[in-house]
Design a protein around this ligand. Structure first.
Ligand SMILES: Cc1cc2nc3c(=O)[nH]c(=O)nc-3n(C[C@H](O)[C@H](O)[C@H](O)COP(=O)(O)OP(=O)(O)OC[C@H]3O[C@@H](n4cnc5c(N)ncnc54)[C@H](O)[C@@H]3O)c2cc1C
Length: 493
């Protein structure tokens, strides 16, 4: 089916937090805008993060003060947008004999971290004033706070604040806000090529659930994350046949997390890997703990075989956990997540790569790359400013309201209601969208297997699926679980 539409002001390719942030801001500023996402909203890196709105303490070590300061300011603002999806959390940073960084150096870093944060959102643990500043406790007090911490060589701990958020639900809330302000959201629709139309408009061809789709726009924002180089090349060379391939700007890296039942008494832990000195975390997330992450450089664009956790990564995290929290480390892993960071290309090790972002213009196609989840609003502002400048609006001020985003339904509802809401209000189109990205049913003891049938029934009713489609959807979800569970079983073995 070919659908022709009127010319939009802006077409965004990629429905991760970056693209959705751009679409939301464009819609708030009166632009007509649509988003094309080839999978589900947030299905890329934006559902596989460490769930932290943070400045990134470790970037201070690399002298990236501006980035940390900006991200800390954004930490507070994003938390204000979605207070029910962002939880102030105290993190323990244990000091051990033989550590590479002495406690005084960490103290200096945390003093800067507190200072850069400025005024922070109300923190229930600090009497509603601001996120509690850092402090330092001796070993016995650290063990009293988190008794499972390995006592070997423990000298004490620093305690500091950050915010843990629900990454994919926040992305969906941003999409809902964009749609409430007029943005059109098309999931399972892949942008393939572009061509010029009269009057400086561009037509993008996309493959969607109902076949080929064509959308026309005055500007395209390529926010396709780790696939940014590939999408840019495809759009630029189809728009101007014969144009040379643009130079790649990305150096993507894979990171995984293991999801456990809660491993701590509510604190996060910032730890240094004994194997290689990398920083890793235990992050309290609702009833679970996320353990991660890893950093493995992958190709740009990532190959199909590079999109899943490897046995080595799972074993690495399990071994580090066993050393840091020997007691609960034997607890079975519930799930593993995997995402590809769209890092900007730079010299040096991928672990030290900057989290800065860049907007690159190829005529009417703007590629936004790099950055962090926490700074998605900054990326959106920089990108929209360039779109408006191209339209001859000069330095028109951009309206960037901090009004709360639409609220999610919350978890305590019957599965049927959750599924209805996910389809009607949150753009869910597959069982996996509901189970993994609109609810936490994938972390239930049966990994959502029973709920899958109910969800399938609701979706069949709402989306007109026949019986074979309903069965296919259930099988697809079960197959994705089976792959993950096979890997985790091998790692145990
Ligand atoms: C392991 C890990 C941990 C992280 N932890 C944190 C953290 O704690 N805090 C933080 O601030 N940041 C964190 N980050 C960084 C953050 O996740 C990313 O910077 C951010 O999510 C990137 O969002 P994005 O929208 O640019 O990319 P993505 O979320 O990957 O979205 C890109 C989208 O483009 C779509 N797409 C690709 N090609 C096409 C096409 N042709 N047509 C249509 N759609 C297309 C993809 O399907 C995808 O959904 C982490 C990243 C990783 C991987």
């Amino acid at each position: 089916m070919v659908i022709a539409v009127s010319v939009l002001d802006l077409l965004v390719v990629g429905g991760g937090i970056t693209g959705l942030g751009v679409a939301r801001l464009a819609a708030h500023n009166g632009l007509s805008v649509a988003v094309l996402e080839r999978a589900d909203l947030g299905a890329g890196a934006s559902s596989a993060t460490s769930h932290m709105l943070h400045g990134g303490l470790r970037y201070l070590e690399h002298g990236q003060f501006g980035l940390v300061r900006e991200a800390l300011r954004e930490r507070a603002r994003v938390a204000r947008l979605a207070p029910e999806l962002a939880r102030p959390t105290r993190f323990l940073l244990p000091f051990r004999r033989g550590d590479r960084r002495p406690p005084w150096q960490i103290g200096v870093g945390l003093t800067l971290y507190d200072a850069f944060a400025g005024r922070s959102p109300a923190d229930p643990t600090a009497g509603g004033r601001r996120l509690a500043p850092h402090s330092r406790v001796p070993a016995a007090a650290a063990r009293a706070l988190e008794p499972e911490l390995d006592s070997e060589g423990l000298k004490g701990a620093a305690i500091y604040s950050d915010i843990v958020m629900d990454d994919v639900r926040l992305a969906v809330a941003v999409a809902r806000d964009a749609a409430d302000h007029g943005a059109a959201i098309h999931t399972y629709t892949e942008a393939i090529a572009a061509r010029r139309l009269p009057d400086e408009a561009i037509e993008v061809t996309a493959h969607g659930p109902d076949g080929e789709r064509r959308l026309a726009a005055r500007a395209i924002v390529n926010a396709s994350g780790a696939w940014g180089d590939d999408v840019r090349r495809r759009l630029v060379t189809s728009l101007d046949p014969g144009a040379p391939d643009p130079e790649p700007i990305l150096r993507p890296s894979r990171g995984i997390h293991l999801v456990y039942p809660s491993l701590t008494r509510g604190h996060g832990l910032l730890l240094t890997a004994r194997a290689d000195g990398r920083v890793w975390f235990v992050i309290p997330f609702a009833a679970w703990s996320l353990v991660g992450t890893t950093e493995v450089e992958v190709a740009s664009p990532p190959g199909a075989g590079e999109l899943a956790p490897t046995l080595d990564e799972v074993r690495y995290l399990r071994a580090e956990l066993a050393a840091a929290l020997p007691g609960p480390a034997g607890t079975p892993v519930i799930a593993a997540t995997c995402g590809i960071r769209p890092l900007l290309a730079a010299a040096g090790g991928v672990g030290e790569a900057s989290r800065e972002h860049r907007v690159v213009e190829d005529g009417p196609i703007l590629t936004v790359a790099g950055g962090k989840y926490t700074t998605f609003r900054v990326m959106a502002r920089d990108t929209l400013a360039r779109v408006l400048a191209r339209r001859g609006h000069g330095v028109r001020p951009i309206l960037d309201r901090l009004a709360p985003l639409p609220r999610p339904l919350g978890d305590g509802h019957p599965v049927e209601r959750l599924a209805e809401f996910a389809v009607d209000s949150e753009f869910a189109r597959r069982i996996e969208d509901v189970l993994r990205r609109r609810t936490r049913l994938w972390l239930a003891p049966d990994r959502g297997r029973v709920a899958a049938s109910t969800v399938a029934e609701v979706m069949a009713r709402k989306l007109g699926w026949d019986d074979p489609r309903r069965r296919l959807e259930i099988e697809r979800y079960q197959a994705s679980l089976a792959d993950e569970e096979r890997l985790l079983a091998r790692a145990r073995g």
